[in-house]
Design a protein around this ligand. Structure first.
Ligand code: NI
Length: 142
């Protein structure tokens, strides 16, 4: 049997409120740049998160990682902290960041990279669907 790196993806979902707002700009500029996304009283999304890890399957289990373990790491590091929260106000690892989908994906990457320490697989990609038509992917800094 051939051997090589296998990519494994787990999907999770969370719901959260946010607004796009640059505190360095006045209201007029924020509303001009971000439009509806800058609604002062917030708006929400049903986010979908796809986390892809890579590794060589363990000969004893056939797994790169037990998906139950991966799901628990995502739950602890991301979902429990973001689900039903306000991303601008409630999420410690988003403090001081614009809550664009790009920054959400980067922050989730950092959380998961930490959570996956000691596992036999490596984080490969974080893909965040803000809506079904708006998707951001992040593959880590290089
Ligand atoms: Ni939004």
């Amino acid at each position: 049997m051939s051997q090589g790196i296998v990519y494994v993806t787990r999907r999770e979902r969370f719901n959260a409120a946010h607004k796009l707002w640059n505190p360095g700009w006045d209201d007029t500029k924020n509303l001009a740049v971000f439009g509806k996304c800058a609604n002062p009283n917030w708006h929400g999304h049903n986010y979908e998160l796809f986390v892809t890890v890579k590794g060589i399957p363990d000969p004893d289990t056939g797994y790169c990682i037990d998906l139950k373990v991966l799901s628990e790491i995502i739950e602890e590091k991301v979902i429990s902290q973001m689900d039903h929260k306000n991303l601008n106000l409630d999420v410690p690892f988003m403090t001081g960041k614009l809550t664009s989908c790009e920054n959400v994906a980067i922050a989730i990457w950092d959380q998961l990279a930490e959570g996956l320490k000691g596992q036999s697989c490596q984080l490969h990609a974080v893909k965040v669907y803000e809506t079904e038509n708006s998707i951001v992917e992040y593959f880590g800094g290089h």
